[in-house]
Design a protein around this ligand. Structure first.
Ligand code: ME8
Length: 497
């Protein structure tokens, strides 16, 4: 496969609270796609980070009785720790309080200036969502998200968003895959069709933000600052050609609640700045916990650190993407996680690997390859060699669940093949046949371990090590095994104590 550019991003997270399962979810999804692309030979840039400015963070620092800078350092570190705990392979962790980002956001603002004018914002604002809320959407003092709104009257700069309505609609039409999944795309289109108002993009009643160039007292609206992180990470304002090229190959993974910012405001800003638009904006769904919305006040927030301590990381990484289709909402339950771990992982995958490799250990740990296949071996072999191609078409659509389904059908097929071929009998009656059956099975296990590698990198690494496979690139799957000695395997998913 060819070396080509690919960029992918997580949302950058507000640091008003500790990281929870929702943040881990968006980050792991992005990581899975980044790893898949790297294994496919792409030159990948994967960025994540923290969104640190704005009224919401300033108030959280105040409530914690801390200086906002110290608070940001402390909280951002927790998100950085999460990236290690969930085993992200990010190339960049960006903080919006970094100097490189200030420089980038200010340079970006300058590019927008022809579309910016001074005015005053008078209306409602939701600090929790960091979003302006039209009067018509306020019900009982609340925004549609349920967050309280407050009245705001202040001088502000505006971005001429209204001027981009037709260009955006035209862009959506010409690029039908720009926003996914399709149902979300339709929501965005009807929102834009209903009429775009100019957007207030600065605040002057607080100062926790990036100062607007040459304008005393104004700081940028936190969303313009936050969205710019994507190009800061690509090196903006230096080498704008590289930035544009990477953007053209960039996928933004975002939660459904912030799609409007990414699919309407961000493309309009980029059009105005003359920078290429991203290739795809994918909105994923939300997790609830035992049927309830997760909230700090209810005390039902799922802590990824706890789960990982109890169940291990790879089972969680697997569960989140097998249990529900990426793009849809899902309900988290510890029982469902346990069930998936014991049925799909320990029983199906773990047993397959264990029974085949432990059997090879009985033969002195020696795999004597024989590619002289009968038709049934050939079928398994061909399905193994085609696995990554099948996954590829699903990963291209961010269909992570579909990609796992494809892997698990090969797991089932391989378990059935083992039952049908009865290698333990062949060992007594027909050694060349036994070697062909084991070669076909090792081919399928190797393909499966590449298939799971983006999802469960540590588990895949264990299998690669059992089979002396390097595991660096899908291209390795083109090579036949050579006769060799394998080290003894250990169980992949030890049963829970
Ligand atoms: O919105 N289920 O940050 P944020 C699934 N800073 N995903 C969830 C989730 C849940 N219950 N809760 C959070 C912001 N997420 C802005 C983004 S980007 C330029 C700026 C995930 O800390 C989901 O991906 O509120 C959501 O979009 C993201 O965390 C929001 O994180």
């Amino acid at each position: 496969m060819s070396e080509a550019d690919f960029a992918i991003t997580t949302p950058i997270y507000y640091i008003n609270g500790d990281p929870h399962i929702g943040h881990a979810y968006a980050s792991i999804a992005t990581d899975i796609i980044a790893r898949f692309k790297r294994l496919s030979g792409f030159n990948v840039h994967f960025s994540t980070g923290t969104d640190e400015h704005g009224i919401k963070v300033a108030r959280s620092a105040e409530n914690a009785g801390m200086d906002v800078r110290k608070f940001s350092d402390l909280m951002s570190q927790k998100f950085k720790d999460m990236t290690r705990t969930v085993n992200l392979s990010e190339d960049d962790f960006i903080r919006t309080t970094e100097e490189r980002h200030k420089k980038s956001a200010q340079a970006f603002w300058k590019l927008l200036e022809k579309d910016i004018y001074a005015g005053a914002y008078v209306g409602w604002y939701s600090a929790r969502d960091e979003e302006y809320v039209p009067e018509s959407e306020v019900v009982d003092g609340k925004a549609p998200s349920g967050a309280p709104v407050e009245w705001m009257e202040e001088e502000s700069y505006f971005f001429r968003l209204s001027a981009y309505q037709d260009r955006l609609l035209d862009y959506y039409e010409k690029n039908p895959d720009f926003i996914a999944p399709p149902a979300r795309r339709n929501e965005v289109i009807s929102f834009v069709k209903s009429g775009l108002k100019d957007l207030s993009i600065s605040r002057n009643k607080f100062d926790w933000g990036i100062p607007i160039p040459d304008s005393n007292g104004h700081v940028m609206y936190v969303w313009i600052d936050a969205l710019t992180n994507y190009i800061t990470s690509l090196g903006f304002p230096e080498d704008t050609e590289h930035v544009s090229r990477m953007m053209e190959n960039c996928t933004h993974i975002v939660g459904k609640e912030i799609l409007r910012f990414h699919a309407v405001y961000w493309p309009a800003f980029l059009m105005s700045a003359g920078i290429s638009l991203p290739k795809r904006i994918f909105a994923h769904g939300w997790w609830t916990h035992d049927g309830q919305k997760m909230s700090k006040s209810v005390g039902n927030v799922v802590d990824p650190f706890d789960i990982i301590k109890n169940c291990g990381l790879d089972p969680l990484r697997y569960f989140l993407f097998r249990e529900i289709h990426f793009g849809e909402d899902g309900d988290f339950s510890h029982k469902a996680l346990k069930d998936r771990t014991s049925y799909d992982l320990a029983n199906d995958l773990g047993n397959l690997v264990q029974r085949v490799l432990a059997f090879i250990q009985k033969l002195d740990g020696h795999l004597t390859v024989n590619y002289n296949f009968l038709e049934e071996d050939e079928i398994l072999f061909r399905n193994s060699r085609n696995l990554i191609k099948k996954m590829h078409s699903r990963i291209e659509k961010q269909d992570l669940c579909g990609a796992l389904d494809v892997v698990w059908s090969l797991v089932s097929e391989s378990n059935k093949f083992t039952n049908d071929m009865r290698p333990w009998d062949l060992a007594k009656s027909d050694v060349p046949r036994l070697n062909a059956v084991l070669t076909a099975l090792c081919e399928s296990i190797r393909a499966i371990s590449f298939g799971i590698a983006p999802f469960m990198p540590d588990t895949a690494r264990k299998i690669f090590d059992f089979m002396n496979v390097e595991g660096k690139s899908f291209a390795e799957l083109e090579n036949n095994f050579v006769s060799q000695k394998f080290p003894p395997p250990v169980p992949l998913f030890p049963r829970e104590k």
